[in-house]
Design a protein around this ligand. Sequence first.
Ligand code: PLP
Length: 479
Amino acid sequence: MNDSVSMPAQPADIPSVDRVLRLPGAQALLDQYGRAPVTAALRRLLDTLRAQAVAGRLTRHAIADAALCDALAAQVQRDSQPRLRAVFNLTGTVLHTNLGRALLPDSAVQAVMRAMTAPANLEFDLDTGGRGDRDDLVDDLLCELTGAEAATVVNNNAAAVLLMLNTLAQRREVVVSRGELVEIGGAFRIPDVMQRAGARLVEIGTTNRTHPHDYANAIGPRTALLMKVHCSNYEITGFTRSVDVAEVVRTAQPHGLPVVVDLGSGTLCDLARWGLPPETTVRDTIAAGADLVTFSGDKLLGGPQAGLIVGRADLIARIKKNPLKRALRVGKLTLAALEPVLRLYRDPDTLAASLPTLRLLTRPAGEMATLAGRLVPAMQAALGDAWQVSAVPTVSQIGSGALPGGQLPSFGLAVAPRDAGKRAGRRLQQLEAALRALPRPVIGRIRDDALWLDLRCLEAHDEAAFTGQLPGLAEALHA
Ligand SMILES: *Cc1c(COP(=O)(O)O)cnc(C)c1O
């Protein structure tokens, strides 16, 4: 670089928008992206350069024609990237709420595509030519898989709980154990939902112990129902007592009161058959006498975001008549995705292969260990000698409040800075940020003075995409 280009530039040296737009490099961008986005990006770029010039930090080199066009191209590309992007979930949490929870099987993806591009019989009865009900598309499948009499679908499980309580318990009392007053991340708290539903919460028992007589003593003239909530994201251990659904049902029956259960993750199959921690199924809960059960579509079920309500036909009918149901209903894309996912459950023998969530949860640690062995050299080469990359055993979590105690043996990469001393923490944060800055961001976790990348959710079909962008890591690290 010679002296004239490394000389500081003054604000007055910065060219006008019009002049830059006339450069051949800018013309090419105009042709590709259109005038409005390129002009907007250029104004932002020139504002940044002006601020640098005022601060005395701008060189003439940075405002040469070629440099301006390169910076403009980079800015326009950044602006035109979709905001919702595919990432690599190497956090070790399979159902990661912040990363979109369950991935859909191919049959569901195809169904969503069809529903997006062609009219469909969403609320149209093809047999009679009359009006249909969108719930009809999945309610018999839900009944078959859960043993319930009736079913309905809303936007998510939070909506399902709200709608259920508002329909059955407005201006009346709902009895819940103090051990089950759950808060789910993202501001779902049983007492708050209860209040918004217009129901009055009656807390019984203590944090660690609730007995059948606590339920019995709480029942009065204003009681609408007894409710149980799955302790999705915590465990109470030690000196404990809780009352199972069947016992609550026995207490409620003489009073003619319904028992409702918010099952949270709600699985349709016994997970123990795949060596996963056992979890009460929706069918077990219905069989135990619950009148209504609510659960999520995108947790262990492995489908799209949805809230499912199954149970007694008369209660489901009342729920469907509530005007809030119209406000909380699901769209056709959700129903399109849900139906094929539910269909997969009709053949549990093939489920571990066909349903991505179960496939990931049951992936043997040996597979991740082999993958780790392949990825260590690639990662080490990308990062250079300043980093130590090792293949390490780790444990994955199921996530999304499913089975808090459930841990799955896995394998991953641990990346630690060499000889960084006191700067180690900062270097790890830089590495974490560089991984996030890759074209397809890689999300890991910093723990024990290393960055951990759990390989459970890096499947064969994505391996080339992962290794392909590693060479860009060094550049991202020094950007
Ligand atoms: C996850 C969960 C919810 C909220 O479900 P969303 O589908 O995320 O709305 C409610 N209750 C329990 C017990 C849960 O685990």
